[in-house]
Design a protein around this ligand. Structure first.
Ligand code: AIR
Length: 507
């Protein structure tokens, strides 16, 4: 049984009036409602001196109960508190310009009310002379974060077990250590001003201690503790009435084997899985053997029309910036992201629902940082959260070239206390992941790059991993184009041209 399948989207909105006061309301259709306001349908709310001037703010809330509670709450706020809310969220308000550009906006010429000031910065308060930032984990995500960090005044530190990892040569200081070990993480972090992760399997107890001692940690260790354990993550969605597929917790293989009637389902290892590892699709009773003999979660299979990802940035002040949703296409066999196309091709109403649910996840995680919320859209356009990553994410790699502020740039802004960047895209994009080909293990070799590098709208990212193995993420290629057909065409071309193999001597 699924809970919360009846989904709607409500908009809590605030209109600035020409006398400087705010009008707060609730609607299920923001554009229509604003039109009504400007056309005088709500004359009784206004006087001759008080007229609706401009739509300043909205938030999308998936359930009526939450929406009415929120309306009552905001209506009770003082003017300055409403102003702070508006200022804090100026990034995510894509719909606003759409509403405010309505051609029949008859109040345009009214004298402007007091406009909101630009948000003030909270520069990082340094514990030492210059910002020292640490990254736990040294894979491709850390590498791309360091590439963006090179543009900022920051001294970078990376800890990882493998001193030949993709990040080792791009940071200012590399420390060899075990990210799952309390002492290693604590000793690494204690001299730093700010710290982030690029993989979930880190020691969260050490992070909590560091946080108590004043190190700024992104994401908040409490949020990371929930997300890194797939069981706690699912319970978190359920507790906060965030739509997600039904699930059962299985302690071991024997317990899993009793759940034949729950199939088809996806078995996910509680701790430690990533990039397709720790996930098994179980369709028939015979498949139960493939499940995990450790605490795991068995998730009912949803009939999926689309898989979507939304990346949300949150800073210390609780301000948010949302990247346009993207379509994800998976390699079913490897359980890995194969292509990604952005922005997602979905009806606007579904996109709003997707965005509202992603915002709800982030709100209840109560943490600054970057969050990638992966969602399913079913045949009836219901939206379910699949899982969330509290870090930069594969589904956002296109933002390096395709958006004003990339997900990596954005994380630096958050960690260093600068204003959030713009998430607007410059051009639509696609990503093709370069994964190790089947049958090849050993020193990596890339075939076909020469041909692909002759195409003008592609950008190659090789992660610098020395060794390939089947299914390992070794790089990605981004394509930019106004035309969706061109994106798909080039993505297919790349997929069939570039091969990640091993050098013949070692294969
Ligand atoms: N990663 C972390 N969670 C999911 C992914 N894809 C990235 C991180 C991590 C790297 O994958 O950058 O360090 C590990 O990749 P590999 O191929 O060494 O296992």
């Amino acid at each position: 049984m699924l809970y919360n399948t009846r989904q709607e989207a409500y908009y809590l909105y605030i209109i600035l009036c020409n006398d400087g006061s705010f009008y707060t309301g609730l609607t299920d259709d923001l554009i229509r409602r604003f039109e009504e306001h400007v056309n005088g349908v709500y004359e009784t709310c206004y006087t001759f001196k008080r007229r609706p001037l401009v739509l300043k703010y909205y938030e999308t809330i998936p359930f009526l109960k939450d929406a009415t509670e929120r309306e009552v709450q905001i209506k009770g706020w003082s003017r300055s508190k409403k102003e702070a809310l508006i200022q804090g969220n100026f990034h995510k308000l894509r719909l606003l310009s759409q509403c405010n550009n309505l051609s029949h906006h008859k109040y345009y010429n009214l004298e402007k009310g007091p406009d909101s000031a630009q948000p003030t910065n909270t520069p990082l308060r340094l514990r030492s002379g210059q910002p020292k930032a640490g990254i736990l984990g040294g894979g491709q995500l850390g590498r791309m974060l360091l590439q963006a960090g090179a543009n900022y005044p920051v001294e970078t530190f990376v800890m990882e077990n493998d001193s030949e990892c993709p990040s080792a040569h791009l940071c200012n200081h590399f420390i060899k250590g075990d990210i799952a070990n309390f002492d290693d993480v604590y000793n690494f972090g204690k001299g730093l001003d700010t710290l982030t992760i690029e993989i979930e399997s880190v020691n969260t107890d050490a992070l909590e201690k560091l946080q108590n001692e004043g190190v700024k940690i992104y994401p908040n260790p409490a949020a990371l503790k929930i997300i890194k354990n797939k069981i706690l993550q699912k319970q978190f969605y359920k507790n906060h009435e965030i739509p997600t597929s039904d699930f059962i917790i299985t302690e071991n293989l024997a317990a899993l084997k009793k759940q034949g009637n729950f199939l088809p389902a996806v078995h996910k290892l509680g701790l430690g899985g990533y990039d397709g590892r720790g996930v098994e699709i179980l369709k028939t009773k015979e498949d139960l053997e493939k499940g995990f003999d450790a605490p795991s979660v068995l998730e009912k299979m949803v009939k999926i029309k689309k898989e979507i990802s939304v990346i949300v940035a949150v800073n210390d002040k609780g301000e948010t910036a949302v990247y346009p949703a993207v379509d994800m296409l998976f390699d079913k066999r490897l359980n890995l992201l194969e292509y990604q196309i952005s922005p997602a091709d979905l009806p606007e109403k579904v996109l709003w629902k997707v965005e509202a649910i992603a915002m709800k996840v982030v709100k209840y995680l109560n943490s600054a940082g970057i969050f990638a919320v992966e969602l399913f859209v079913d045949m009836e356009d219901n939206v379910f959260v699949n899982e969330t990553a509290p870090r930069v994410h594969n589904s956002g790699h296109h933002t390096i070239e395709a958006n004003f502020s990339s997900q990596f740039d954005m994380l630096w802004r958050i960690m260093l206390g600068y204003p959030l960047g713009s998430t607007e895209h410059i051009l639509p994009a696609a990503i093709v992941n370069l994964v190790g080909a089947d049958g090849f293990s050993g020193t990596v070799q890339y075939e076909g790059l020469n041909e692909i590098l002759q195409i003008e709208n592609v950008f190659v990212h090789i992660y610098g991993k020395k060794e390939t193995r089947p299914g390992r993420k070794m790089g990605h290629i981004t394509i930019l184009s106004k035309e969706k057909q061109e994106l798909i065409h080039q993505a297919n071309r790349i997929k069939h041209t570039v091969k990640v193999v091993a050098s013949p001597m070692l294969s």
